[in-house]
Write a protein that binds this ligand. Structure first.
Ligand code: GLU
Length: 607
């Protein structure tokens, strides 16, 4: 029996999910996006099952646009870019033209998984001490000072990613892919609580920057209609002239202007220091095409994102460690104990070895090898949590029979944002996309390019703020900061089975990992795997855990030595599973961050 058959959800659960979704999907599809339509509130549906293609994103307008592209004959890449462009309208504080991301694609014709690294890049002139306050010799406080800054803005990679993806796998032109989002920006959308709260939480930062204050303040009321005509005009310009207009034309000049001379209002005491970006940094930007990471997990092929993301290596290493144990036969508490211990070990290695592999030597093959996993797995005691932080392993090309791990754990403060968005698409031909994009913090650098309708990222804060020559994530001009973004595609017998990803800064890795373990080992179907309470052990003294997780498992895990730092929510995953009967199950986060939206082209009849 194949691993896929083993992992298939029970018929009862599948049928239940299909029934839940039928109505939902019908609602989404009944009213395709239309520039002339009145702005409307679109209901969110966490699950959809059917055929003809599927989209799962955090937003109903964006999912509806992606589903409509698939319905009209576009492929997974066309739909992914159209959905991403729509998220630039409705989720502008988590993604958009001013940011970057990582795109993973399964090609049904070739059977290959390939990637695009569209990560933001440090300007060539960025100095090692860019985040150090010259008056104190210490790093500026992370939030809001270091974040709200020209220094933190990396050269955006999202426009180049969209162009490269369409050129490589798409059937749409850039103009066709951007058209639905352009209409959406013009007709507007109904503001929900999440949008309102994200502006309200950033109101002080936004009030520091003139074009941002003009575009977003005061925080739009829930239920009001928000339009972004500037962004619509930008999308139109790029549709006509191509993405070169972003990197070498007037938009490039305007980006450099605001980074070098942030348009402050004088109404706050934020320093908003100028950044180091020059026109040449934008002109030389290009995406990279690293091979995906790959590891085998219980007969499934798991593909993820290579450096500068630490996503593929850390998810993969954790899975390889877990593969040393029969997690499926364990009690829930034992399985979770092993999950937490495995991720702590993999995070210790992430801190020691992961950075931009064009600048540092990342021992990727060894980190993803079964030999290394065995060396690391023998540090796990099923009766006792190891004191954290644990030591990293020795990626020395040799596999010890004794438990590997020595030296001081490398600890750099974890400041990655809780912003970002993930979308997953599958088309009727069998192509699949997992795409995570970001502007880092919610609201990015808070610097809007005047008249262009998009925010610039603060991705360079993902570098370690204090320079340490031993640190693979130290600041260097031209380098890409380490990411945790983990778009993942899982194949079973060479065919796509599952694709997923999540926002959540460094918790992205554990959200993807925990969802995979829930689905593959713990007998949950995909919606259950996404909804289950989460915990994230990133080699810190306490496990970051949702309150619901602590309530459910805290007492028994404490007895094993785990301690908890409770939080309200972790991540907001979206995913698609190809079910054994040939239907697609799109699943989005049901509750966290206000919930996401899943859609399919042709909903299955209830079974
Ligand atoms: N900057 C983070 C990363 O690349 C993502 C931020 C987030 O998810 O909020 O890993």
């Amino acid at each position: 029996m194949s691993a896929r058959a083993l992992a298939a959800p029970s018929a009862r659960l599948t049928a239940g999910a299909a029934a839940v979704c039928l109505t939902a999907t019908a609602l989404t599809i009944a009213a395709p996006p239309d520039a002339d339509a009145r702005p409307r509130e679109t209901e969110k549906n966490a699950v959809a099952v059917g055929t003809g293609g599927a989209v799962s994103s955090v937003d109903p307008e964006a999912t509806a646009i992606g589903v409509e592209v698939l319905r009209r004959g576009g492929n997974a890449t066309d739909a992914a870019i159209a959905t991403a462009a729509a998220l630039g309208v409705t989720e502008p504080f988590s993604s958009g033209l001013g940011g970057g991301g990582f795109f993973v694609h399964y090609d049904a014709d070739t059977g290959e998984v390939e990637t695009i690294d569209g990560r933001e890049t440090a300007p060539a002139a960025m100095p090692h001490d860019a985040f150090i306050n010259p008056e104190t010799g210490e790093p500026y406080d992370f939030f809001p000072e270091r974040v709200t800054s020209g220094v933190s803005v990396g050269v955006p990679g999202t426009p180049a990613t969209w162009a490269a993806a369409l050129e490589t796998w798409g059937s749409y032109s850039l103009g066709e892919a951007l058209k639905p989002a352009t209409k959406l920006a013009l007709r507007g959308f109904v503001v929900d609580q999440t949008f309102h709260d994200q502006v309200a939480q950033n109101a002080y930062r936004f009030s520091a920057i003139e074009p941002t204050a003009q575009l977003y303040l005061p925080a739009p009321e829930v239920g009001s209609v928000f339009r972004n005509r500037d962004l619509a005009h930008t999308y139109r310009l790029l549709s006509r002239k191509g993405m070169d207009a972003f990197y070498t034309g007037s938009i490039a000049e305007e980006i450099v202007d605001v980074v070098q001379s942030p348009p402050t209002t004088g109404r706050t005491d934020l320093p908003v220091p100028p950044g180091f970006m020059k026109p040449s940094d934008l002109a030389r930007y290009d995406v990279r095409r690293p091979p995906p990471t790959h590891n085998d997990y219980r007969g499934l092929d798991v593909y993820g994102m290579a450096p500068p993301s630490s996503g593929g290596s850390t998810v993969g290493e954790s899975l390889n460690i877990l593969e040393q144990f029969d997690v499926g036969a364990m009690s829930s508490v034992q399985a979770l104990h092993h999950y937490l211990e495995a991720s702590a070990l993999a995070y210790a290695d992430r801190a020691k070895y992961l950075g931009d592999s064009e600048f540092v030597d990342v021992p990727l093959a060894e980190l993803l090898s079964d030999g290394f996993a065995a060396e690391r797995a023998c540090n796990i005691d099923s009766d006792r949590a190891a004191p954290k932080p644990v030591a990293p392993g020795e990626a020395d090309g040799e596999y010890d029979t004794t438990c590997g791990g020595s030296g001081a754990p490398t600890a750099h403060p974890d400041t990655e944002g809780l912003s970002t968005t993930h979308l997953t698409v599958a088309d009727k031909w069998g192509n699949v996309v997992a795409y995570t994009l970001t502007i880092e913090q919610i609201g990015g650098s808070a610097i809007t390019v005047p008249g262009r309708g998009f925010l610039l990222n603060n991705e360079l804060t993902d570098f370690s703020a204090v320079y340490d020559p031993e640190d693979p994530n130290r600041i260097e001009g031209g380098k890409r900061p380490r990411s945790s973004i983990s778009p993942t595609i899982v194949l079973d017998d060479g065919e796509p089975w599952l694709a997923l990803g999540s926002p959540g800064g460094s918790t992205i890795i554990t959200t993807v990992l925990q969802t995979l373990v829930n689905r593959i080992d713990l007998g949950m179907d995909l919606p259950e795997a996404i909804a289950a309470p989460r915990a994230s052990q990133r080699n810190t003294e306490d496990v970051t855990a949702e309150t619901t997780f602590v309530e459910a498992y805290g007492a028994e895990l404490r007895a094993l030595g785990h301690t908890f730092s409770p939080t309200s929510e972790i991540g907001a995953a979206t995913a698609i599973e190809l079910l054994p009967d040939g239907t697609m199950q799109a699943a989005a986060e049901p509750v966290r961050r206000g919930g996401g939206d899943a859609g399919v082209v042709d909903p299955s009849p209830p079974r």
